[in-house]
Design a binder for this molecule. Structure first.
Ligand code: BES
Ligand code: MN
Ligand code: ZN
Length: 500
């Protein structure tokens, strides 16, 4: 979606649909111009009490004047004191849905009446809501015959204008919101692709395209390089599949060359059948989403490069399938990680931590300022937190706090789980340094304990996104299916770290 900004009088903006956010403190005098263009529909609705700017109050008027918006939808957002970025994002999403329903190719979203103290984050959130709502995935479907209509193919809303009172912060905030949302939309597209399309090789090829689009350096390791690096944990997962694994490394050199980088790591398991410890058939198709963490990292790197964020940021995505063939790793096998630790593979379905172990160990050698990883790692996380919050665990309290507040700003909230040493005992193996599962109790925590063995002393936080990266959502700016979580969280975190 193309985005523009306008600081002119809203009643002068030519658009098929203007959605005007109206707080419950609405000042009718301010809105008089727009009310007049629509033949006074607002004044009647306000005096009758039908429209009070309450959240979800809506009123549609049509143009009676010779110019200006053809349709004006007044959309209540409730009291200004309770207005948040997430509410603005949702309102922007609803605005796009209204335009889609009316089969309009463009719209304007007006933030001019949100009081004297408009938070620039609301401009960013508006841009995000618009761009995220415009995402769809139809690259694998036949389009309807020309001239015919189909519910699956509503006409696209191609462009939008964010209208606001003059502010120095409008354009930069909209630019950031657009870049963040475009990165996240790219992540969603990668997630949506099924396992036969988004193989590790294809993900590597896509990362090359992203590097090209965003001006990033890229390196993609294949099996021979992994062998040379001693990445036996990652290779042990890939050996059960005919598809070669990849380790994607994207580098953005935006900071002082001597400054330690921030590293983002994402699990890029393109299909998780469980290996020899095979999963039940029901719902297994969703395991194409087991690369959601990797997709979020690739999307975040796209935005970081495009915005030229003033920091050194490295994105790392270990990618493999987890299938089963005659050479697949068997329960009880012992494999050797790059870090030198031996791992007894009790359950081949606990593969995410194996591919992440080698990726984290590889990244920790760069002495980064911090590592944040994200992974659809445990079903236990879905049981613990459901679909509304990711879990966050880590070795560094301050970093965990940073990640939490980044999640709140992004509308991708997370919640901490403890990482006490007592839980580590569950990973003791009789034959190797570690085993890859710690039993049913505290499955999300023991998985994080396992990862922590591979980050050395680097400040590190881990996001378990098994319940949040995809699924049914009631958010107006999303659709059911892949949602890109935690791409914008990662971006908000990087941004807060760099003060940009
Ligand atoms: N990719 C799965 C985790 C998952 C489960 C993600 C449900 C999304 C929804 C992961 O590789 C896995 O299979 N984990 C096992 C670990 C267990 C064997 C210790 C799990 O959670 O069952
Ligand atoms: Mn698994
Ligand atoms: Zn998995």
């Amino acid at each position: 979606m193309r985005l523009e900004t306008s600081t002119g009088a809203p009643e002068q903006v030519g658009t098929p649909l203007m959605v005007v956010l109206v707080p419950s403190e609405l000042d009718f005098e301010e809105l008089a111009g727009l009310s007049r263009t629509t033949g006074g529909v607002l004044s009647e609705a306000v005096s009758s009490g039908d429209f009070q700017g309450r959240e979800r109050d809506r009123l549609l008027g049509y143009r009676r004047a010779s110019r200006g918006p053809e349709r004006v939808m007044f959309a209540g957002v409730g009291p200004l004191s309770g207005l948040t970025g997430e509410k603005v994002r949702a309102a922007a999403g609803r605005a796009v849905r209204s335009a889609e329903a009316a089969r309009l190719g463009s719209l304007a979203l007006c933030l001019s009446y949100l009081g004297p103290e408009v938070d620039p984050r609301w401009f960013q959130a508006a841009a995000e809501g618009l761009v995220l709502a415009s995402w769809r995935f139809d690259e694998l479907r036949s389009p309807p015959a020309a001239g015919t209509e189909s519910e699956d193919w509503p006409p696209r809303v191609e462009s939008a204008v964010v209208v606001a009172a003059p502010s120095r912060e409008l354009d930069p905030a909209v630019e950031v919101g657009q870049a963040f949302a475009a990165g996240e939309n790219r992540a969603r597209t990668l997630q949506a692709r099924p396992g036969n399309v988004a193989t590790p090789t294809q993900l590597g090829a896509e990362a090359v395209r992203i590097a090209d689009e965003a001006g990033l350096r890229i390196e993609v390791l294949g099996p021979a390089e992994m062998e040379a690096e001693g990445m036996g944990a990652l290779l042990s997962v890939a050996q059960g599949s005919d598809e070669e694994p990849r380790l994607i490394v994207l580098r953005h050199d935006g900071g002082d060359p001597a400054a330690p980088p921030l590293v983002l790591v994402g699990k890029g398991l393109t299909f998780d059948a469980g290996g020899i410890s095979i999963k039940p058939a029901k719902g297994m198709e969703d395991m194409k989403y087991d690369m959601s963490g990797g997709a979020a990292v690739l999307g975040a790197m796209l935005a970081i490069g495009r915005l030229g964020i003033p920091a050194n940021v490295i994105g790392v995505v270990p990618s493999s399938e987890n299938l089963l063939n005659g050479s697949a790793t068997k329960p009880g096998d012992v494999v050797f990680s790059r870090a030198g630790k031996s791992i007894e593979v009790i359950n081949t379905d606990a593969e995410g931590r194996l591919i992440l172990a080698d990726a984290l160990d590889y990244a920790a050698e760069w002495n980064p300022a911090a590592i944040v990883d994200c992974a659809t790692l445990t079903g236990a996380c879905v049981i613990a937190l459901g679909h509304h919050r990711s879990a966050v665990l880590g070795s560094d309290e301050d970093l965990v706090a940073e990640v939490r507040s980044a999640g709140d700003r992004a509308g991708q909230p997370c919640w901490p789980l403890p990482l006490d040493d007592q839980y580590r005992k569950q990973l003791k193996s009789d034959v190797a340094d570690l085993k890859n599962v710690g039993g049913r109790p505290a499955g999300t925590i023991t998985a994080a304990c396992f990862l922590s063995e591979f980050v050395g002393g680097v400040p590190w936080a881990h996001l378990d996104i098994a319940g949040t990266a995809y699924g049914k959502t009631k958010k107006p700016y999303l659709k059911d299916g892949p949602n890109g979580t935690p791409c914008r969280l990662l971006l908000e975190w990087v941004r807060a770290r760099t003060g940009f």
